[in-house]
Write a protein that binds this ligand. Structure first.
Ligand SMILES: C[S@@+](CC[C@H](N)C(=O)[O-])C[C@H]1O[C@@H](n2cnc3c(N)ncnc32)[C@H](O)[C@@H]1O
Length: 353
């Protein structure tokens, strides 16, 4: 049993079974034994790198998007851009390397919960462990953050929706138990009525809470979320092991309760659960978002430079060639290109948010 499992087992013996999200939160973010405290970081998840880790092209397109959003906001100086779940700061570095027009006004705030990863942030950006206080209109960006936030679990049992909790089993290890879900939990989760026995549903309270706070920080600016998207209705129809994915090393991991702290735990993000906070103003695929912000022109520039310099084979030629491979990976309809990009702009109406 891992140190972390022993700590949680001790707590469960004392206080009773724990909600799933508390266990997942510890597995990922326990300050000593959590995955992200012990060397885990974005990069290769199974077969995919996160988009900023594919290479500098994603950041170059985001830099163009930032210029467009800066214009829309009336070119504020400072232009506050908050990147949440920033990891070691790769996206911020590549945005800056692209030298956007808004660069001189750009005030980057990188928010990263893991102290180990914050240590990698560039020295000249504001680096925080949690979202800052609202301070005028801002852009809040999060790439693959919400799928990495803890989630509760519901399961359809004979008597209706039950909550999945984590208990200590007879052998002393952590095990799942189901208990009828309370009316308050059901009211919050609003699970689909139709589901087969054994169907499961994630309850993404942490993601909804993050969005609520991010909208306040954006203050009428823009919140942009890039992630694996689904709906609650879709997820109850798929095996839960399909939409809760764990990663260890460079491959898939095991059940979320094994190797606690030794594997990444991710969940597809339910659009309907976020929409209950506030429906997004725009929703499109990553490929559509990147095309709208000029990835084709950047790839074309790479193609031209590669044609000019391939015979020289210098660094500029290799970079140009790499831009083409990156564009293909970032727009791949069977991979990163299929991710969803959600945007919230403007002020919420008084009944929302
Ligand atoms: C999958 S990684 C993505 C990193 C980076 N955005 C990328 O795309 O390469 C998710 C990151 O979010 C961080 N994180 C999790 N919860 C957070 C929170 N509430 N606030 C800020 N960062 C958080 C994790 O520590 C992790 O570094």
């Amino acid at each position: 049993m891992s140190e972390l499992a022993a700590i949680l087992a001790e707590r469960i013996r004392r206080d009773g079974p724990l909600p799933y999200d508390e266990v997942v939160d510890s597995a990922l973010y326990h300050p000593t034994y959590g995955f992200y405290a012990t060397g885990g970081q974005a990069g290769r998840r199974g077969d995919f790198l996160t988009s900023p880790e594919v290479g500098p092209l994603f950041g170059a397109v985001v830099a163009r998007a930032l210029d467009a959003w800066w214009d829309e906001l009336g070119r504020p100086d400072p232009f506050r851009v908050v990147e949440a779940g920033a990891g070691v700061g790769t996206l911020a570095r590549t945005v800056r390397a692209a030298a956007p027009a808004c660069g001189p006004a750009l005030h980057l705030v990188l928010v990263e919960r893991s102290a180990a990863l914050r240590a990698g942030h560039p020295a000249d950006v504001t680096s925080l462990a949690d979202l800052p206080e609202p301070d005028g209109p801002a852009v809040v960006l999060a790439n693959e953050l919400l799928d990495n936030l803890a989630f509760g679990l519901l399961e359809m049992t004979g008597g209706g929706w039950s909550e999945v909790l984590v208990d200590v089993g007879e052998g002393g290890g952590l095990t799942e138990v189901v208990r009828p879900a309370g009316s308050e939990l059901l009211a919050r989760a609003a699970p689909p009525a139709a589901a087969s026995p054994g169907a499961r549903l994630p309850l993404q309270a942490a993601a909804a809470d993050w969005l609520r706070r991010a909208l306040a920080v954006a203050g009428g600016g823009r919140v942009v979320v890039v992630d694996y998207l689904a709906t609650s209705a879709e997820l109850v129809g798929r095996p839960w092991t399909d939409w809760v994915r764990t990663y260890a090393g460079h491959g898939r991991g095991g059940h979320p309760l094994v190797r606690l702290g030794g594997q990444d735990v991710t969940v597809e993000v339910c659009l309907d659960q976020l929409s209950r906070v506030r429906p997004p103003t725009a929703q499109r695929s990553q490929a559509e978002f990147l095309h709208a912000h000029g990835i084709e022109a950047l790839a074309e520039e790479g193609r031209r430079r590669w044609a000019e310099r391939a015979h020289i084979g210098d660094l500029a030629a290799v970079r140009a060639r790499s831009r083409l491979t990156e564009a293909a990976a970032l727009c791949d309809p069977a991979g990163l290109g299929a991710f969803g990009v959600l945007e919230w702009t403007g002020q919420p109406s008084s009944s929302q948010g």
